[in-house]
Ligand binder design. Structure first.
Ligand SMILES: [Zn+2]
Ligand SMILES: [Zn+2]
Length: 246
């Protein structure tokens, strides 16, 4: 095994068809990390038999609740249930540290006033500027999604494998540019008929499919319309618990 991606949650913000919120567990010989951490991420890790202790880092695409509101449950776990001493790295766009702090205070006010028994290392990344997160080469890039805040996609390379994650995104040529040569493209697919500039719809993905240079494309963040058009969709749709070996 060189890399394994477990689709912990493949639902949209509304948990369409009872799917969990966005989160993807990447396990390689040298590291284990999450791409996004929706509210159900801890539940889904346990469902699939993964220890929360294994996480070295969490990469956040943007600061919408369905992508980052699972973090306080991991903090709680690391304080009480599986005490942690080693650092946890949280990577995200500018403002991540303040927003995660706000979220933690809102959810566990008493606890949040005490010092953490382990170090939280925040890395606030700049779109277009690659960085190393442990052994992972991380290239964040801006995607069109939130009007007032930065939303990111990530191209990550680790142990000889490369993954592209769209985060939540409207159509952007950056998805074509960055998919080139990747082993896996985890691509959001919220809609079918509805066309907006801050989420992707299936026909848009299908019409650009031949331009993606990825080995495997898996659709996720699946919304109601996409489920209703299941029979019209030829690309692979991820299910909660899907494991992709790279
Ligand atoms: Zn979302
Ligand atoms: Zn979003």
């Amino acid at each position: 095994m060189t890399a394994r991606v477990t689709f912990l949650g493949t639902g949209d913000a509304f948990n369409a068809r009872a799917r969990c919120h966005a989160s993807y567990l990447v396990s390689t010989p040298s590291t284990t990390f999450l791409l996004d951490c929706g509210p159900s991420a801890l539940l889904a890790m346990k469902r699939d038999g993964h220890s929360p202790d294994a996480l070295d880092a969490v990469l956040l695409s943007h600061l919408h609740g369905d992508h980052f509101a699972g973090l306080p449950f991991f903090f709680l776990t690391y304080i009480f249930d599986a005490p942690r001493e080693r650092p946890l790295t949280i990577v995200g766009p500018k403002g991540t540290e303040a927003r995660v702090g706000d979220l933690y205070r809102a959810m566990y006010r008493d606890l949040s006033s005490r010092p953490m028994p382990f170090e939280l290392r925040y890395v606030e990344v700049t779109p277009g500027v690659r960085c190393a997160v442990g052994p992972v080469d991380v290239l964040p890039f801006a995607v069109p999604h939130s009007q007032s805040e930065i939303s990111l996609g990530y191209r990550v390379a680790v142990d000889g494998k490369t993954i592209l994650y769209s985060g939540d995104s409207g159509w952007t040529e950056a998805l074509v540019t960055h998919s080139r040569g990747t082993d896996l493209f985890i691509c959001e697919c919220c809609f079918y008929e509805t066309r907006v500039d801050f989420h992707l719809d299936y026909p848009r993905i299908a019409e650009n499919r031949a331009r993606f240079g990825c080995r495997r494309l898996v659709l996720t963040h699946v919304g109601r319309e996409v489920h209703e058009h299941r029979a019209d969709i030829t690309e692979e749709i991820g299910n909660d618990g899907l494991v992709v070996e790279l």
